[in-house]
Design a protein around this ligand. Structure first.
Ligand SMILES: Cc1cc2nc3c(=O)[nH]c(=O)nc-3n(C[C@H](O)[C@H](O)[C@H](O)COP(=O)(O)OP(=O)(O)OC[C@H]3O[C@@H](n4cnc5c(N)ncnc54)[C@H](O)[C@@H]3O)c2cc1C
Length: 399
């Protein structure tokens, strides 16, 4: 890796996927000097079933990135079907606020596009270095990072703020000793694979007692199909032979889909996630902040992590550009206000203690919280300008 071009930045962002890349892009668009780095290579894949909610797609549209997502081959998703046993309820995606379809881009595409947009906005973007430590002043305030490059050379970089967008097992959170103040009770196990050549029928979410499955059209004519189950079943029965477990759970939950796949092979290997309970962490302190899964993680069963990361990137970028403790406190309060109900609903769905009738009101409440989230994002356009502006639009001066 080439060393970062400067030895001090207004902001250093650790982790260059959806949360970190978007935060860096917005800070750079606001005129701040930004270092964005990730230990993974540019365009590397990560565990994800890829579905984005309207709020996430809206963020891409507001930031001027949605056309690139389309151009890179993400299929347009025109409806969402909830399939409760044998009952199907299909909801078309209504065109509004510049969003006429949902998209589920591969992470090899989405994270790269946003990191490239950060670079285009002026951020110094590095793939390869790994955060090893935070630097503090005598008063304990975080004032920079120590990073190790691929040649094992250490670099110390000063920062006005260090932002941990380094995922569920965040190093920034660990070193900053960011406490977890709310935890979920449940964790679902997930197995997924990509299948080529299936008809695009929109997003399809299947539910039967103690199992769920989903089909999500993505890039290159592929469909991501996942199965989810209580974490204990994943551990006891599925973990050691994921293909057999996947096909068995799918045939319980969506028998017609399982039959269609029974004569096919996936385009890539089966991938599994054993589950992890949701958690909310203190997400700011003197000289540091957390965004994305690093600060707030919920079970993937409601497919909301990417959309929330894009939402919170903007909330944090606005707060960090203001730079006051009050703005940072408001960032976390707004994130939590928009997330708390979704978090509880997600935890309840991940617990698999529902039956098909008690699941429906959970989904209705989920839909209501998602509408609130979209309204909150649209309200940002009516408040302070600038951070969301795509290249070529007016920028705020450096704070
Ligand atoms: C099985 C599964 C399925 C999912 N499906 C969906 C879905 O359908 N829809 C959805 O919205 N969400 C889904 N999610 C959740 C979603 O993937 C996450 O919410 C999202 O990836 C969070 O993004 P992030 O940028 O916060 O962190 P991450 O994507 O975790 O990225 C963190 C980055 O930080 C880097 N990093 C970590 N430590 C260091 C270090 N010390 N130095 C340098 N770099 C570091 C890592 O290399 C990584 O690239 C799913 C998750 C799982 C596990």
């Amino acid at each position: 890796m080439d060393a970062p071009v400067r030895d001090r930045y207004d902001a250093v962002v650790v982790g260059a996927r959806c949360a970190g890349a978007a935060t860096a892009m917005l800070l750079a668009r606001a005129g701040m000097s930004v270092l964005l780095f990730d230990r993974d290579r540019r365009g590397a894949d990560t565990l994800s079933t890829l579905a984005m909610m309207r709020a996430g797609v809206l963020q891409l549209r507001r930031w001027g990135l949605l056309e690139q997502v389309r151009a890179e081959g993400a299929q347009a998703i025109l409806s969402t079907s909830f399939i409760y046993g044998d009952e199907t309820i299909t909801v078309p995606i209504k065109p509004r606020d510049g969003v006429d379809a949902l998209f589920a881009p591969r992470r090899t595409v989405l994270d790269r596009l946003i990191a490239d947009a950060a670079a285009a906005a002026g951020a110094d973007v590095r793939h390869g270095p790994r955060l090893v430590d935070l630097v503090r002043d005598a008063g304990g305030r975080v004032t920079g990072v120590t990073i190790e490059d691929r040649e094992s050379v250490l670099h110390t970089i000063a920062a006005g703020i260090v932002i941990g967008a380094d995922g569920l097992r965040s190093t920034v959170a660990r070193i900053a000793e960011a406490p977890i103040y709310h935890q979920g009770r449940h964790a679902a196990g997930v197995v997924y694979a990509f299948w080529h050549g299936l008809e695009n029928q929109g997003n399809r979410w299947h539910y039967r007692p103690r199992v769920s499955a989903g089909a999500i059209p993505t890039n290159a004519g592929d469909t991501c199909i996942f199965v989810a189950m209580p974490g204990s079943r994943f551990q006891d029965e599925v973990r050691l032979d994921m293909e057999a477990g996947y096909r068995r759970v799918l045939s319980e939950c969506a028998p017609a889909l399982a039959a269609e796949l029974s004569v096919m092979q996936p385009t890539e290997r089966f991938r599994g996630f054993p589950g992890h309970p949701g958690q909310m962490r203190q997400s700011h302190g003197p000289g540091w902040a957390l965004v994305g899964d690093a600060g707030y993680f919920k079970d993937p069963i409601t497919a909301h992590g990417i959309s929330d990361a894009l939402r919170d990137a903007e909330l944090l970028a606005r707060a960090a550009a203001q730079g006051s403790d009050r703005a940072m406190t408001e960032y976390q309060a707004t994130r939590d206000a928009l997330s708390r109900e979704l978090f509880e609903i997600t935890d309840a769905i991940a617990g698999f203690e529902w039956d098909l009738e008690s699941l429906k009101p959970l989904h209705l409440n989920l839909s209501r919280t998602m509408n609130d989230e979209v309204e909150a994002l649209l309200a940002l356009d009516r408040s302070a300008p600038a951070d969301a502006n795509p290249p070529g639009h007016a920028r705020r001066p450096a704070p």
